[in-house]
Write a protein that binds this ligand. Structure first.
Ligand SMILES: [Zn+2]
Length: 337
């Protein structure tokens, strides 16, 4: 019995990914629907290539309500001059394009969470088809992958670039060297709640250098967080040798997520009242937040205490919280790797 080879991807790029110069086009994904019988999802893509050198893949809006990546990458696609580069930069500012247009984390078409859909399927949902094309046709072209995230509408983060602990320590060191070059105000050794289905895991398992970020959130981007994204993307291209010159480094504080004690989840619905703001130090046992029942007055709030010493690295947005929501994330200060 033979295993059937995978189907070809239904995605067609409208540009030649191997051509030199600057190209702006789309990944066209057929999507037949009520208002367009033979319609398509058109995902914007830009490729800038010149001379010999490595390939960087830069992606934003893997989640559709996170804006630093799209802001930095739509801008970079307008400004990157092929005369200044050695190699190739593949830019997808809005990878989950249907979600990005809807301003939602997941796709309005199929409710697909792109960063839980990898490696994807060529015969799956729209979101799974995007993941499959990235896995089989874009990541193999890349030496280094930068995937921008922030907290979206339900979390707010300290601005950090991050990499993961990996079984291949040489690869892990290359990833953390790239995080250092990014030069966000914070640099994180990141622990995932659930790494299955993430672009991160797919790229790392292919042996590539992978950098992710959490650069703010609350459903918007600020001038500061967008500036961090812009500088970080340029720094990564310099670090890879695609742009000339040394990265424009800035001071960074290294953080670690040493265990599940980092995460606090709400056990009650209610009004959240934080006792600390992002970046502030907390001690184990200290109250981080109280959640007040809102159905009537006179009921005592639930108290949520820090399970470890650390600083507040992420918090729930907006003011009301539901049982099961991530209330906050703590991180521990660590030495630079
Ligand atoms: Zn995200």
């Amino acid at each position: 019995m033979s295993i059937a080879s995978p189907r070809p991807s239904p995605v067609t790029p409208t540009i030649d990914l191997s051509a030199k110069g600057v190209q702006h086009g789309h990944l066209r994904l057929p999507y037949s629907r009520d208002d367009s019988a033979w319609g398509s999802v058109m995902i914007p893509i830009c490729v800038v290539a010149s001379g010999e050198g490595p390939t960087a893949l830069l992606t934003g809006a893997n989640h559709g309500d996170e804006y630093e990546g799209p802001a930095a990458l739509f801008e970079l696609a307008c400004t990157l001059d092929p005369a200044t580069i050695s190699g190739r930069v593949i830019i997808l500012p809005a990878l989950n394009y249907p979600a990005f247009r809807a301003g939602t984390r997941t796709s309005p078409i199929d409710k697909g969470n792109l960063n839980r859909s990898f490696p994807g399927r060529p015969d799956g949902s729209v979101t799974e088809k995007i993941a499959d094309y990235v896995t089989r046709h874009l990541v193999p072209l890349a030496d280094i992958v930068l995937d921008f995230h922030s907290g979206g509408k339900t979390l707010d983060f300290l601005p950090y670039a991050a990499a993961h602990e990996l079984p291949d320590k040489a690869q892990e060191a290359r990833c953390f060297a790239a995080v250092a070059a990014f030069s966000a105000p914070y640099s994180m050794k990141m622990l995932e709640i659930d790494a299955v289905g993430m672009l991160d895991t797919t790229v790392e398992e292919m042996g590539k250098v992978f950098v992710t970020t959490e650069l703010g959130g609350a459903g918007t981007a600020t001038a500061r967080s967008t500036g961090i994204a812009r500088r970080g993307a340029g720094n990564l291209l310099r670090h890879a040798g695609i742009l000339a010159g040394a990265p424009e480094t800035a001071p960074t504080r290294w953080l670690d997520m040493p265990s599940d004690d980092c995460f606090t989840f709400a056990q009650d619905d209610g009004l959240i009242v934080f006792q600390h703001d992002l970046g502030e130090a907390v001690r184990a046992g200290e109250v981080i937040a109280r959640v007040h029942p809102v159905g009537k007055t006179g009921l005592a709030p639930a108290e949520y205490q820090a399970a470890m010493d650390g600083i507040l690295a992420a918090r729930h947005i907006p003011g009301l919280i539901k049982a099961g929501d991530c209330l906050c994330v703590l991180a521990a200060l660590r030495e630079a790797p």
